[in-house]
Design a protein around this ligand. Structure first.
Ligand code: ASP
Length: 358
């Protein structure tokens, strides 16, 4: 289908250039289809660059009513299951809205006490049941590795539909890592992108899945340096440090934010993951030493970037919100566009998407 796309009332040069580029871009062959999206280690640089471009292209087409109407036809023959048995605001809403942008109809379970799991149904049987009704399963679970198990199970059935990991326990959050990469690349678009940058990660690095997933993606960028700022008890786990060492990605660890703040091109702030406490250990941390507020902003480079996967706690003062270096609201919105790109890719609908742009 063709959609003639009119520019919005207020044009900006970047938008016009992008639209023109989209109109003339040859339809890409689906270089590699994506069967399941489970772990950030499955992504290489080519894939990441391709996903960032696709995200921008979808975002660009969606700037007009005609574009949005066209997008809504792209996957209107598909249905998605959102199985979110762990709390979620942004990931749930952004996936849900990404589905709706692409015309995908959605079903959801947000609490296993409302499903037949409460009657003793195994998770395997539940997953197999979802596959009877939908074309993709997006799942957030407290248990590590469940998305992987679901994917392996479905691959042995006559309905091997794609599984997307939307956050697995303390372990991984691959689609968050994709949107974080996109946000970093956009934020550094005038200075060569992520390559060559020094990126700080601060907070509960031991139990934060977002930083773990983001670390996995760093091997795809040249000359990146990482700085981990965390109290000793919540430092980055050995498996991630080993991964960085294996890929020769330099990193250092410190408990002193002030000593490193001026060296960072980006600081990725995270909250204490107190839901994983066994004995109230989060409360023992002096969070004032691991926080960004107006005082710390003074020390951040003028070109610096402040990110946070949200939700925030006291580690990120609301007074930072209006500083141009604060990118976390843009980051959460980028999540919706990146997830629309993920769904487009999962369904191998890139070619159809570029047809819509003509
Ligand atoms: N929303 C992110 C996650 O689901 C970050 C967080 O909860 O701290 O992991």
């Amino acid at each position: 289908m063709n959609a003639s796309v009119n520019p919005p009332d207020k044009l900006d040069d970047e938008w016009i250039a992008r639209r023109e580029d989209l109109r003339h871009r040859p339809a890409r062959s689906d270089r590699r289809s994506l069967t399941h999206l489970l772990d950030p280690r499955q992504f290489d640089r080519e894939f990441l660059d391709e996903m960032c471009d696709l995200t921008t292209d979808i975002r660009t087409l969606a700037k007009t009513r005609e574009g949005l109407n066209a997008l809504r036809s792209l996957l209107s023959h598909k249905r998605a299951m959102l199985y979110f048995t762990q709390p979620s605001t942004r990931t749930f809403l952004s996936f849900n809205n990404a589905c709706h942008i692409l015309g995908i109809r959605t079903s959801e379970i947000r609490d296993s006490s409302t499903s037949s799991e409460v009657k003793g149904e195994s998770i395997e049987d539940s997953i197999r049941t979802f596959s009877s009704y939908v074309d993709v399963i997006i799942m957030r679970t407290a248990e590590k590795g469940l998305a992987q198990r679901a994917a392996q199970l479905l691959d042995t059935t006559p309905r091997p539909l794609p599984i997307i990991n939307a956050g697995s326990g303390k372990d991984q959050h691959p689609t968050q890592a994709l949107l974080d990469i996109y946000t970093l690349e956009r934020s550094f678009s005038d200075s060569g992108g992520i390559d060559g940058k020094t990126i700080g990660m601060m907070g509960d690095l031991a139990r934060g899945r977002t930083v773990r997933s983001l670390c996995y993606l760093m091997k795809n960028y040249r000359d990146v340096k990482l700085v981990f700022v965390a109290p000793h008890a919540f430092g980055m786990e050995p498996d991630i440090k080993q991964h960085l060492a294996d890929h020769e990605i330099p990193f250092r660890e410190t408990t002193e934010l002030d000593a490193v703040l001026g060296d960072l091109d980006a600081i990725y702030v995270t909250r204490m993951q107190s839901e994983h406490d066994i004995d109230g250990e989060s409360a023992l941390v002096d969070l004032s030493r691991y926080s960004i507020g107006p005082e710390q902003l003074e020390k951040i480079k003028p070109s610096g970037v402040v990110m946070h996967p949200l939700p925030r706690g006291p580690e990120l003062h609301p007074d930072v919100d209006n500083d141009p270096r604060a990118k976390y609201w843009r980051q959460e919105r980028n999540g919706m566009w990146m997830r629309a790109a993920v769904l487009t890719k999962v369904f191998g609908a890139e070619r159809e998407f570029y047809e819509l742009c003509r």
